[in-house]
Design a protein around this ligand. Structure first.
Ligand code: GLC
Length: 410
């Protein structure tokens, strides 16, 4: 830590320590919208009037033990934390709130679904985050707060009050994950005060950046871009956050493994989403995806969890890199056959192995590394990882077009 850090910055670094090493989390979007199965914005997108949409509350009857199933899958898949929607934009609270009856204990499920989620995370040793939407389509002041000060006062008291409930009634919470701050600004939401309260109630918590303040970490959505500070990319597995059995455009486990590599290389985390069905069961393709990623991580975790050192610009068509210390991990996604060429490593290569396995024959010229005698078929169809031991921290050579070229190429 640089000596000049303020007490608040030091505190922030301490709070973030587990998160920096977590790498992989499971995001759960669950609410009344699951019954429609057409994206969590269905109420808005299809213009459902409130009195019609509200009819979804008494008809929601999830099976018992759903959260256990998610948490078990998350833990088995190598996730180290989960984040669940405690209230999405629709306004229905999955927790017991004294501030509204529009909640899962009063209506429909007649159970505290957040309490069940919390218990499940504890059982499987996962860190636990609460997603909470600031924007609220159900609260009568949720939109008019923008134009009327008395409405804003009531609404902001409601939102702060619910955050207080969430962070008081469920023991230790590791992440508060605000979402959509429309229609107010930071002053309107009283975001400074909000964050102060959150930290008073949960001194070790980390806070995201979606209440119009920077918070502790960035949240790129549906894309992965490294930030200077800690960040977490949230990604869907099928283009919808909420349950959407129609369309079925699932991302593959190979793509998820690619995402993990990109996140690790940029020092960030991947929060990968599943939208459970109304009864709480997980869609089969999503379950399969997580299981495959979990199996891959059992073998290749070392190339992802702690491999967050900067990587040189070595990015052939066949794959990409992560690094830790003097080890460069090459994640081969497109298997080229018996010989693999990696250009532009400036270090001397000392040894090459399949990660956790046998040695690999190699030769090296000043600008190219050739891995030889490889099997015809990819040992791991998701990504085969090579651990390449170097004589120092990985260094790249840059584009070979800038190097002296042999005469024949001129
Ligand atoms: C968005 C969407 C929302 C989803 C979230 C996840 O802001 O409004 O439906 O919950 O992103 O990042």
């Amino acid at each position: 830590m640089p000596a000049k850090m303020t007490a608040a910055e030091k505190h922030q670094q301490r709070r973030l320590a587990w998160f920096r090493q977590a790498r992989f989390g499971m995001f759960i979007h669950w609410g009344l919208y699951a019954q429609m199965g057409r994206h969590e914005w269905a109420m808005q997108n299809e213009h459902w009037p409130l009195h019609e949409y509200e009819k979804l509350a008494p008809t929601w009857h999830p099976k018992p033990g759903a959260a256990r199933e998610w948490a078990k899958l998350a833990a088995d898949s190598g996730c180290r934390y989960m984040v669940m929607t405690t209230k999405h934009h629709e306004g229905f609270c999955l927790f017991n709130s004294a501030l509204t009856d529009y909640n899962a204990v009063q209506l429909g499920p007649k159970r505290d679904l957040v309490a069940e989620y919390v218990d499940a995370c504890h059982e499987f040793g996962l860190r636990m985050g609460f997603y909470y939407s600031l924007m609220d389509w159900h609260h009568p002041d949720g939109m008019r707060c923008k134009r009327s000060e008395p409405a804003r006062r009531r609404f902001v008291d409601y939102i702060h009050g619910q955050l207080r409930e969430l962070l008081t009634n469920y023991g230790k919470v590791d992440v508060i994950w605000y979402d959509v701050s429309y229609p107010l600004d930071a002053a309107g939401w009283e975001s400074e005060k909000m964050n102060q309260m959150v930290l008073e109630l949960q001194p070790d918590i980390i806070i995201n950046n979606r209440n119009q303040l920077p918070g502790d970490f960035g949240t790129p959505e549906e894309h992965i871009r490294a930030e200077e500070r800690m960040w977490e990319a949230c990604m869907t597995t099928n283009g919808s956050w909420g349950y959407a059995p129609i369309g079925q455009q699932w991302r593959t486990a190979g793509e998820a493994v690619d995402m993990l590599r990109t996140c690790a290389a940029g020092g960030g985390n991947l929060l990968l989403n599943l939208g459970p069905a109304p009864d709480g069961s997980l869609p089969a393709p999503g379950k399969r995806l997580f299981k495959q990623v979990g199996k891959w991580l059992t073998q290749n975790g070392a190339a992802v969890y702690e491999a967050t050192d900067p990587v040189p610009p070595i990015q052939p068509f066949t794959g990409g890199c992560t690094a830790q210390g003097n080890t460069l991990y090459f994640h081969c996604r497109r298997w080229p056959g018996t010989k693999l060429v990696i250009g532009g490593i400036a270090n001397k290569v000392k040894s090459v192995r399949f990660l956790g396995g046998a040695k690999v024959k190699f030769t090296q010229t000043p600008d190219q590394l050739f891995l030889r005698g490889l099997p015809e078929k990819a040992p791991d169809p998701l990504a085969t990882v090579f651990a390449i031991e170097l004589d120092g921290k990985p260094k790249g050579r840059g584009s070979h077009m800038t190097l002296p070229q042999p005469k024949t190429l001129r």
